[in-house]
Design a protein around this ligand. Sequence first.
Ligand SMILES: [Zn+2]
Length: 137
Amino acid sequence: MAHSDHYLPLYDKKGNFYAVMLSAELWNKYRHKLEPLIEGMLEEIEPVEKPEPLHEWDEFKQYWDFKYPYNARVECGNCGAQTEDWTTDPNKPFRFRGAQISGLAVFQCKPCSATVRKKHFKDHICFEYSLNACGCK
Ligand SMILES: [Zn+2]
């Protein structure tokens, strides 16, 4: 890439490349394009895991009116990971993604990253899973 006053690679005293400086003019002009790109890159380098929305599970539990007793079992049809209670399992094989009072609870399987949907119907539960199309986490 061409060096200019707008784009300058920076080196420390030992000559090690450590950063790139963009001029304020360049930044201000293309900020709207650069910021989303940089944010995407940062997420790859240092992913910020959103906290599990545990309040959704609490609410879901509160409105439990299915014909079977409360259960927090989760199983992954893809890799076979399972837990009798994801809320207390010290190995935490599943990450809770959310729940709806209507009966859908969504998890992410940690060993294989499949998305696991636990569907609570009036008198039975069924599990479905899907893999991320790109296979990445
Ligand atoms: Zn799995």
